[in-house]
Every structure is written in C-alpha cells, then in structure tokens.
Design a protein around this ligand. Sequence first.
Ligand SMILES: NC(=O)C1=CN([C@@H]2O[C@H](COP(=O)(O)OP(=O)(O)OC[C@H]3O[C@@H](n4cnc5c(N)ncnc54)[C@H](O)[C@@H]3O)[C@@H](O)[C@H]2O)C=CC1
Ligand SMILES: CC(=O)C(=O)O
Length: 310
Amino acid sequence: MKVAIVGSGMVGSTAGFALVMRNVVSDLVLIDLNHARARAEAEDIAHAVPFAGSTVVRAGDYADIAGAAVVILACGVSQRPGETRPELLGRNAEVFRAVIGQVMAVAPDAILLVASNPVDTITQVSTRLSGLPPGRVIGSGTILDTARFRWLIGRHLGIAPGSVHGYVLGEHGDSEVLAWSNVRAGSVPLTAFAAQIGAPLTQDVRDRIDLGVRRAAYTIIEGKGATWYGIGAGLARIVQAIGRDEQAVLSVSIVEPDALGVPDVALSLPRLVGAQGVTATLWPDLDAGETEALRHSAEVLKAMADSVPL
Ligand SMILES: NC(=O)C1=CN([C@@H]2O[C@H](COP(=O)(O)OP(=O)(O)OC[C@H]3O[C@@H](n4cnc5c(N)ncnc54)[C@H](O)[C@@H]3O)[C@@H](O)[C@H]2O)C=CC1
Ligand SMILES: CC(=O)C(=O)O
C-alpha cells in the first residue's frame, strides 16, 4: 500500500516513522511546502527501515501522490503555549483550501486522513472541499484522547492499557466526553473491577484522569512546544486498519448526518475502519450526563464548522 503525507513537520514525520516501524506500508511519500524539510525527514526515516521492514521512503511532490491509498494531512500550523485548537482554524482552513484540490487532482481515490487542528472542523472542511463521501475523509479525532484515557485508567488499575475498553467521544478538544459509564477492564465494568482489586475510582481519581486527558496537549505543549509521538502512533494505527482491512473499532471523526439532533457535524464516535474507510458507527449507550455532554460537544463543533466560509 502506498501512503503519502502532506505536511512533514513533527506530526507528519512521526506518523511516517511509526508507519515504517509497523511495516504496514510498501511506499511512503513525504511532501511539504518546505522541500528541504521533507527530503531530510524522508532520509532520516528511511534509515530506520533496515531495523523494521522494507518500506520505500522518499520525499516528493503532489504528482508523486498518484496511486496512494491513504493521504495523511498534517500540514499547517500548530498551537503555541496557551493557544487553543480552535484558534488555529482560520489559518489551517486556508492551508487546506490550497492543499485538498492538489491532492484530489492526482489521487481522487485516496482516503484522506486529517490530523491538523482543530481536527474535527478541518475534517469537515476537507469533506466539503474534496466532495468525497464522509467515510473517506477521516479525522484522527479522539483516537489520541482515547489512548490517553486508556493509559491513565490502566495505570490506576495496574493493567495494560490494551485491556481497558472505553472511548473519548465528541470533539478532539476542550468539550470532549470521557464515556466513563462504558468503560470495561477486560470484560468487567470498570467500577466493579476497580473495587475488586482495591483501587476504587473515587471522584478525585476520576477528576485527575479527566484533567490528564483533557489538558494533556496543553501540558505537553507548555513543556516541549508540541505533541507528536501519541498522534504519530494513532495515525499509523488508523492506516494499518485501512491497509489490512481490519474493520477495527476506533474513535475517529467523520461528518455525521445527525449527532443527537445536531445535523451535519464532524465528531468522534467509535467507528468501523477498514479498506473502504469508515463504514459504520457504533453509537454507545451513554448515561444522561454523557449524552448531554456529547450533544453540547456536537453543538460546539457545529458552530465552529458553520463559521468557516464555504
Ligand atoms: N489531531 C491530533 O490529535 C493532533 C494534531 N496536531 C496538529 O497537527 C498539525 C501539525 O503539527 P506539527 O507537525 O507539530 O506542526 P509543524 O509546524 O511541525 O509541521 C507542519 C508542517 O506543515 C507544513 N505546511 C504548511 N503549509 C503547507 C502547505 N500548504 N503544504 C504543505 N505543507 C505545508 C509546514 O512547512 C510544516 O513543515 C497542527 O495543526 C497540530 O495542531 C498535533 C498533535 C495532535
Ligand atoms: C495538539 C493536540 O491536539 C494534542 O496533542 O491533543
């Protein structure tokens, strides 16, 4: 499978590295406005190939996207310390207006995988600009927040994050919803398991985990300027699900025709991901508070999407 990455900064290049280490891609093309950066990242990533597999990695231009099954879009600007994701919208929507047409001209059959923030709204803008069906324009959405949630719960319980089953829903951002009522450790409901092993989920523990998920990006950006490893791994995970036609359930963002009464809005829900992109959504059973919070998140995102001129 051929994959192209437009925007070979920290997120794009780390996604490329993660793809190489997973050995799920035969051809990887890195593109950037800054050609020298794309060339340097491609060469650096290529030097990891002998330790992992056989991916052919190179820098290229838009013409080199032809034949790509997936195009990862990680171009544009990222948050400065203290800045929110929505504050990037105007600048990144402008970048995507320039980029999507060029991608579609050479790779009309590719699945678009959006990482740039605010990722839900940029996914919605990309869906409009490309004219592709919603299931073929996928935002990484809350795949990263879900990973952070599972990691923190796993640490509290002393179990592997992969044995924690639960999702963060809605916006990849401040209004996101941690769906606590759904979480299971193995097959056991979270609260029951936590009590069994003597690590109860007190309100204080929940609040700390909520903060750890919701504020993670701000804290990391304060410390090192940006985040890239978690999202790089998350993007590679999504590409693997597409490349191997896994039908994996992942929390990713696509335009939803109706999210709890909010029409036409991109947000994350657990969705089936395979070779055709997203083919189904698994609406979770939520409690009343979570349902209301998810509706609010959808309203926040809808207002943001409507603020972008067509
Ligand atoms: N979805 C998520 O969970 C996450 C999203 N992000 C977002 O990913 C995006 C990228 O972040 P970083 O890689 O840290 O930024 P970066 O600044 O390191 O890289 C962005 C790259 O895009 C390139 N670029 C800008 N305009 C372009 C154009 N028209 N065509 C091609 N390339 C262009 C730049 O030259 C730069 O190399 C940001 O919007 C950031 O907020 C970051 C972390 C997590
Ligand atoms: C930057 C960003 O969106 C994140 O790390 O969650």
